[in-house]
Design a binder for this molecule. Structure first.
Ligand code: DAT
Ligand code: MG
Length: 222
């Protein structure tokens, strides 16, 4: 399963064993014993997570022979796996020209990845004026609109599609307030920017806009 690519760093990992493990995991919403056994078998082959690792075998039920028959749920948290079982949203994240010029693309991607979201599309792109105007059409009446368009079209942006459970609201939290001076430390804008007019990154403000920005706007452009 795609979600299990998170394990894939080790050349010793067999894709088929991971796939069978993931299929069982999904079926085990009711929590069956085979769920646990399959998971144990597949993780044993991962060099990053040795079979004896407490990361996956942390439940005493797994190591105590008398308790093996009990139905248990292992203490496992893989955001991308959880995402495969629940409703997944998508959001459009854009590193603005100042973020690209300052070399902050990797930092921004890293923060979203570490949170547990999945990058599903990315391109470096010079935004034409019409697209910038369409993207920010809700702000057309604002006095800063011309400067905003000038800024967004002033250099390449990095367009990204991200997916995950609750990704729209969560990415907005990670990004922080519009005015970087009011953004909390620990957020992208709070840590990396000082001006509203150079606030490094855009994030969709609703699941509907996430879909619209990805499907109708930015992925239409070459
Ligand atoms: P956000 O980017 O946090 O969703 P927004 O959608 O209200 O904020 O505005 C879009 C962008 O417009 C924002 O990232 C920066 C710019 N902007 C907003 N308010 C501004 C202001 N008062 N002065 C200058 N630029 C502003
Ligand atoms: Mg906005």
């Amino acid at each position: 399963m795609e979600a299990l690519a998170v394990f894939g760093g080790s050349p010793r990992v067999s894709t088929s064993s991971l796939q069978s493990a993931s299929a069982t995991i999904i079926r085990s919403g009711n929590g069956s014993l085979s769920y646990t056994q399959n998971l144990t078998l597949s993780t044993r082959h991962l060099s990053a997570f040795h079979g004896s690792s407490s990361l996956f075998l942390c439940s005493p039920s797994l190591s105590h022979p008398k308790r093996r028959a009990r139905k248990i749920r292992p203490n496992i948290f893989l955001p991308t796996l959880i995402a495969s079982m629940e409703d997944v949203e998508e959001t459009y994240i854009m590193v603005k020209p100042d973020g690209v010029q300052r070399g902050l693309v990797g930092e921004i991607i890293s923060r979203l990845e570490k949170k547990g979201f999945k990058l599903t599309g990315l391109k470096l792109f010079q935004c034409p004026q019409e697209l910038a105007e369409e993207h920010y059409k809700d702000l057309q009446a604002k006095p800063f609109f011309p400067k905003l368009i000038q800024y967004i079209t002033s250099g390449p942006v990095v367009c990204m599609a991200w997916e995950g459970v609750g990704v729209v609201a969560s990415a907005r939290k990670l990004i922080g307030a519009t005015n970087p001076l009011q953004a909390e430390p620990g957020t992208i804008r709070g840590d990396l920017a000082v001006q509203t007019g150079r606030n490094v990154v855009h994030g969709s403000d609703s699941p509907e806009n996430g879909k619209r920005e990805i499907e109708a706007l930015w992925t239409m452009m070459n």
